[in-house]
Each structure stands twice: as C-alpha cells, then as structure tokens.
Design a protein around this ligand. Structure first.
Ligand SMILES: Nc1ncnc2c1ncn2[C@@H]1O[C@H](COP(=O)(O)OP(=O)(O)OP(=O)(O)O)[C@@H](O)[C@H]1O
Length: 250
C-alpha cells in the first residue's frame, strides 16, 4: 500500500546507554503503514533494545519515536498505553494457555481486545465466533481449533500466539525470531502468515535466519552498534562490504 502517505513509525536520533555502554546510538529509521520489514544484525547490535524502546520497556536517553498520523511521541508512554495505541509484540517463547483449546485462546484474545468491562459482561456473539474462526484460518489452525493448545507443536503454538496478537488488531506487529526452533515446513508457513498480516498492517521481524529473511522478500534494515549500517533488499545489504565485515567480525 505504497499509496499511503507518511510513515507509521518514525525513530529519530534515539540513543540509550546502559552503564556507560551505548547500546543504541543515534538510531533513525522509519516503517510504513503496511509493510514488512526485517531487522538483522550481529549479536549485540541493538535489535532487542530497539523493540524494548518502541514498546515502552526501555526509555531512551534522547530522541523521538513518533507514531501514527498524529505523530504522537511514544517515549514516556507506558507499555499498556503503547499496546492500546496499536503496537503488538510477539516474544520468542509462546505464552498460550496450554489447558485451553485453540478456540478458547483466540476467543479470550478477541474479548480482551475490547477492554475490561466487556470481559465482565461477556457472552460470545455470533460475530466473535466468526472472528475466531477467521483468525484460526489465517494462522493455519482451522483444523486444530478444538484441540488443547498444549498438544500443539512448537510451531503451531507460535502461530496461535500470532493469532492472539492479530485479534487485538495491532497496526504494528513486532516479532522476535519467529523461525527459531521450527521445522522447514513450519518456517514456510510462518512466512505465509506474516506476509499475509503485513498486507493490512506493518510487521517488523527481527531474525537471524537469512533463508527466512529471504523468503519474507522485504526491505531489510541492518543494525550494528546501535545504528543503521545499511538498508535495502537482502541482496543489496548482503553485497555491502561493511555488512560483510561486521558479520565476519572484522
Ligand atoms: N539492560 C541492559 N543492561 C546492560 N546492557 C544491556 C542491557 N540490555 C542490552 N544491553 C547491551 O546492549 C547491547 C545491545 O543488546 P541487544 O540485546 O539489543 O542486542 P541484539 O541485537 O538484540 O542481540 P542478539 O542478536 O544477541 O539478541 C548488548 O551489548 C547488550 O549486552
């Protein structure tokens, strides 16, 4: 949806220092409203810290993180408010309710998306059931909808958690190493789920697995020592001599 003007998220001049060590150093880049973006970089490049800053877990020493059409500065907002503003984060380890079915996990996420009062008086409507079924099919779990989540494979649990995040209808989904621990078939399905999700929202994937990044077929931002080292297609950034040197530890 390149016709949409403006950026959804704009990180500008952000720095953060931990005990004198500059983990993020004058970081600036932006993400469009419906785009897939991969963030790569060697260990310690600042990828996790970047996500911690955007989600309000870590407060930077300087810079701005501007969000949405009104360019609200997210810095200083707490994690709950940032989530409400439309930013969802998927951590590496899935945190689904193992004793509950796929259906119940998704239904819980759909009703949570409406806030605490609707949960108190809640009766699943026809519409909500439809939404749960739609989500289950988006994450490839339509056949498993009545299974206990604890019985799912590692990959299926990850998809369920992605579905629970999609239930909140975030405008930006941050995903930390989705391919870790997955089989090739699971990795391919994860790509399909994320690519589909990125048609209607921004999806930012932090990933070490280059084959996975290649399949995402998207713009790549390379971080190094807390700054952007290179940006562009995967072929473009992997041909960059500085990127090669950083990955080889030169
Ligand atoms: N709370 C903290 N206190 C001190 N140092 C920290 C803290 N959080 C991160 N760091 C340091 O900041 C740097 C960036 O870390 P970060 O976890 O963001 O990197 P990363 O790119 O996500 O790395 P990896 O690929 O290994 O997950 C690292 O050198 C790390 O040790």
């Amino acid at each position: 949806m390149t016709e949409l003007k403006g950026q959804l998220l704009e990180v500008s001049g952000v720095s953060v220092t931990f005990d004198g060590f500059r983990a993020i150093n004058n970081l600036s880049f932006s993400i469009g409203p419906a785009e897939m973006r991969a963030i790569i970089g060697p260990n310690g490049a600042g990828k996790t810290t970047f996500m911690d800053i955007v989600t309000g877990k870590t407060r930077p020493d300087e810079g701005h993180v501007l969000w949405g059409e009104k360019s609200i500065n997210l810095i200083g907002m707490n994690e709950a408010r940032i989530a409400q503003a439309g930013i969802g984060r998927k951590f590496q380890r899935p945190t689904v309710f193992e004793d509950q079915s796929v259906y119940d996990n998704l239904l819980m996420a759909v009703k949570n998306a409406r806030g605490p009062f609707s949960v108190l008086l809640y009766r699943p409507s026809f519409k909500d059931r439809g939404r749960v079924e739609q989500l289950a099919s988006e994450i490839g779990l339509a056949e498993e909808i009545h299974r206990k989540s604890g019985e799912l494979s590692h990959g299926q649990k990850q998809w369920l958690e992605i579905g629970m995040l999609l239930a909140q209808e975030p405008r930006l989904l941050l995903v930390d190493e989705p391919a870790a621990g997955m089989t090739l078939a699971e990795r391919e399905q994860t790509t399909d789920i994320l690519v589909e999700a990125a048609k209607t929202r921004a999806v930012v994937v932090v990933e070490h697995d280059m084959e996975f990044v290649r399949r995402l077929n998207c713009k790549v931002t390379v971080l190094h020592e807390g700054s952007v080292l290179a940006e562009g297609s995967l072929d473009h950034v992997t041909a960059n001599q500085q990127v090669i040197d950083v990955y080889l530890g030169r």
